[in-house]
Write a protein that binds this ligand. Structure first.
Ligand SMILES: Nc1ncnc2c1ncn2[C@@H]1O[C@H](COP(=O)(O)OP(=O)(O)OP(=O)(O)O)[C@@H](O)[C@H]1O
Ligand SMILES: [Mg+2]
Length: 500
């Protein structure tokens, strides 16, 4: 089905999220929709899929004008969207979720639905247990479920809003295969991203938005510098961080052991100095998160000791670490970090210790204004968290970090951010390092690990390596270790070096 958007405009108060956008997406092709954070990509796709109504403009499917009042209208016409922050029904099983939204609703023939789920899943190599709870699925698996659901409902135009954020490399391979196959079957695929290499690898066309406006459309093969220019108006590059002088040892772990299903982390010895950055690299779900949480008192290690600022913190809770100047920033912004329904001001209030009994509105508003300008959040003090674009949600989370911190733990600090925002976030973080803060972060972006870490812990299959100085690594060697080639678990490395 050919999709044509004509003169689409959408304003949120003073913000021109979409400004007179006219673009065509032909059937049988994968179309990249590119743009920096806040460029208007999600807004345009929500309009195409019936989640938002445009202020102006028209939608045509195979030349026929359509208007959508609800997502269900769009889906009935064959347009389905996978959202950036997955909306699902976590209290359901996979099968229940699969049949939700189908014309028969929950009364649909279970046996047929189960069969359809399994058959469709097989076609795409998505192996989902129909009776598992949706809440127990990884981000990648939830996405696979949503793809199958939309296909079952007859979607011929499939919109993916930043689908590779938060899924493993292997799931990404599967996803790309599925997308190629869906396009070959004649479906129209729209792939929203700000990762140029994904567009280069996958997309037949690339449409670029900037500040709500259409900057241009190109077809493969692309001139990447030109795409960057269209996206940002200038050329950007991530570089290795400048050297930062390190201070005294602030954090020390000795013989840490963390055990969980499929996780067997042993032999972690680490001394971290003020200003130092430790990167945790590995495929999603290889144990990074477990170690990070154990180091911050969120998860109880089975063995080992932890010292922080000279105190023995072994067995202490996150609250104790927090009181001593530690913060842990989780990966899922809307699920663990931000509260839907609460605005920017309220978030900042929550992040600051109480200032007496009465709430000073003036003070609170000032706090919000300050954060908005310092962190360049596109929103107003009364904008609720869920109305912010993904990148702006991340900025809000960062603005909520307390001013004085000794140690920060972060899961994917720049996930979902475009290159400009990523550079900016790290500039802010390195500023803190210069003032003596140490940072632990996990990331699936090899460049981010290499560019910003002093030392790297590599995770593979639930095990961890000994710390490796970042300057001994490049993208190739790190990529191989993450894939298990030449990977030596810390515990083995210990016995090797101490053996006579
Ligand atoms: N419901 C809303 N209310 C107010 N402003 C909104 C709303 N939805 C989006 N905006 C604003 O419209 C602009 C475009 O947002 P959009 O979510 O479309 O950007 P995006 O290109 O998807 O960005 P990202 O890469 O960060 O996801 C942003 O400035 C955003 O803050
Ligand atoms: Mg978006």
């Amino acid at each position: 089905m050919n999709v044509e958007l004509r003169h689409i405009s959408k304003f949120f108060g003073p913000v021109r999220a979409n400004d007179d956008i006219t673009v065509t997406f032909e059937a049988g092709k994968i179309h990249g929709l590119l743009g920096e954070n806040g460029a208007g990509k999600s807004t345009l796709m929500k309009i195409l899929s019936g989640f938002l109504r445009p202020d102006r403009g028209e939608i045509y499917l195979d030349g026929q004008r359509v208007t959508f009042r609800h997502p269900a209208d769009a889906l009935a016409q064959g347009v389905g969207m996978l959202h950036q922050d997955p909306m699902d029904f976590p209290a359901m099983t996979v099968l229940e979720n699969f049949v939700a939204g189908s014309p028969g609703g929950l009364t649909v023939n279970r046996r047929e639905a189960r069969k359809a789920l399994q058959e469709l899943g097989e076609q795409f190599g998505f192996h989902l247990d129909p009776d598992a709870e949706v809440a127990s699925l990884t981000v990648g698996e939830r996405q696979q479920l949503e793809i199958l659901r939309l296909l079952w409902l007859g979607a011929r135009v499939l919109i993916f809003d930043e689908p590779t954020t938060g899924i493993s490399a292997q799931q990404k391979e599967r996803l790309f295969e599925a997308l190629r196959r869906l396009a070959a079957e004649g479906r129209t695929i729209i792939f929203v991203t700000h990762k140029l290499y994904e567009v280069e690898e996958l997309c037949h066309t690339a449409t670029v938005l900037r500040q709500g406006k259409l900057m241009g459309r190109r077809t493969a093969p692309y001139d990447l510098d030109e795409l960057v220019q269209l996206m940002f108006g200038r050329v950007l590059k991530m570089e290795r961080k400048p050297p930062i002088p390190l201070g005294e040892t602030i954090y020390r772990v000795e013989n840490l052991v963390v055990e969980a299903p499929r996780v067997n982390i042993r032999g972690v010895y680490l001394e971290v100095r003020r200003g130092e950055v430790i990167g945790l690299a590995g495929m999603e779900g290889s144990g990074q998160r477990h170690l990070l949480q154990a180091c911050a008192g969120l998860l109880r290690p089975s063995e080992g000791r932890i010292w922080f600022k000279g105190q023995d913190m072994t067995g202490r809770s996150y609250l104790d670490f927090y009181r001593e100047g530690v913060t842990y920033l989780p990966a899922t912004r809307m699920e663990e970090g931000l509260l839907p329904g609460m605005d920017i001001t309220q978030h900042l209030l929550l992040s600051r210790p109480a200032q007496g009994f009465f709430l000073d509105n003036h003070w609170a508003n000032g706090l919000a204004q300050e954060a908005i300008s310092e962190f360049r959040i596109r929103g107003r003090p009364d904008t609720v968290a869920e109305a912010l674009s993904g990148g702006n949600q991340q900025r809000l989370l960062l603005s909520m970090l307390r001013p004085k911190l000794d140690l920060i733990f972060m899961e994917h600090p720049t996930r979902g951010l475009d290159m400009e925002s990523t550079l900016w976030v790290w500039e802010k973080l390195l500023e803190r390092c210069r003032q003596g803060t140490a940072i632990f972060f996990m990331s699936s972006d090899l460049d981010e690990i290499l560019n910003y870490s002093d030392r790297v812990l590599v995770f593979f299959g639930g095990q961890v390596s000994a710390p490796i100085p970042a300057e001994e690594l490049d993208a190739e060697s790190l990529g191989r270790l993450i894939g298990g080639y030449g990977f030596v678990p810390a515990e083995e490395a210990l016995t090797q070096t101490t053996a006579p």
